[in-house]
Design a protein around this ligand. Sequence first.
Ligand code: ATP
Ligand code: MG
Length: 422
Amino acid sequence: MSKQIQPVRGMNDVLPAEIGAWQHLERVGRAVFEAYGYEEVRVPIVEHTQLFQRSIGEHTDIVEKEMYTFQDLGGDSLTLRPEATAGIARAAISNGLLRGARHKFWCLGPMFRHERPQKGRYRQFYQFDLEALGFAGPDVDIELIALSARLWRALGITRVRLMINSLGTVAARASYRERLQQYFRAHESELDADSRRRLDGNALRILDSKQPAMRALIEAAPLLTEHLDPESQAHFAGLRAGLDAVGVAYEVNPRLVRGLDYYSRTVFEWVTDALGAQDAVCSGGRYDGLITQLGGEATPAIGFAMGIERTVELMNQAGNAVPGVAPDIYIVASGERSEREAMRLAEQLRDALPGRGVLLNLGGGNFKTQFRRADRSGARLALILGDAELDRGVAAVKPLRRDDGQIECPLHELPARIAALL
Ligand code: ATP
Ligand code: MG
């Protein structure tokens, strides 16, 4: 036997046992997003590498070491998207959708990051992504966060907390970056290798370090919130007042800087204590400068990304079992003539009862085997065809989940009788 081919590390199969939870999340998500006026878009998984370098930022973990970048046969440098915001912003520019217009978009799909795989952290993972383009906020910031809170409620997820912060304008951030640089330079000997490299690139990134050894130094660093420009202060005050008004609880976390360079003003993150080290389930923020940075016209915008795997794990922990799909009818047939008639009847029932699950026994087998399959399928009714019944123009219908006995029914009455029984 030849050696089995292994899956790629950090990339998972989602099998039918789990798909019910994924589909439930997708259904609930879609309904909530549409109720707030977000429209679905589907953008490519592959983009020019430059898009991510120019948007996410050169000195971020993602761009420095996590991207799946390759040269295609034409010699272009392409990258499997590590996140969706850049692609959606690019799509809005490429399709000329901005020009003063406003849009609310959502999308669902896989993202790719070459991280160290562990529970809740994969190399291919899925995200819900929402983007509101052309809205200056803070009204839309409040609405978007309220939407995310509603999604948790609709999914029965309670073990999540909201953290918010403001990063100010790009200018305010630049002057803060200098202060931070001075501070960390004064403690250069205590920095780890990554942080030392970021000192010149982007000192803000150091605040995002997850190294325990860096924690005390980061705790004592000057705070951005103390250096906010007046407009950003007013924006942040508006956000807090709005969240209070709609009854969404939050904590202000002045250390929240987020891992991507393009954010300005509002940033937020939903965290949980239920997933161990992987505590972030949904994160986002405002990116008023991104679209001009990518060559589009100035467009204020805000968005968030929600991790599907982590959210599904929270749903499972909350124990809101999602019922699996079972067919309504399983058709059992024995004998060549009956099998052919069963095939015809199955199609007739699918015509007559749209939306009902009609499973036909495939591959033969004696009645005992077929009944075992019918039982395992979870079907509510078995429809039984034998050559003897066929000669009399009837079939038997047997409820599988109730004790009611089997009934006999003329073939032409089957659709109506079955509809009545279901
Ligand atoms: P983390 O701090 O866990 O690395 P992040 O800040 O890198 O998360 P974002 O880039 O903001 O995450 O992505 C939004 C969400 O996507 C996260 O809150 C998380 O739920 C999910 N996510 C991010 N990276 C991964 C991954 N490698 N595997 C699974 N889910 C992920
Ligand atoms: Mg990360």
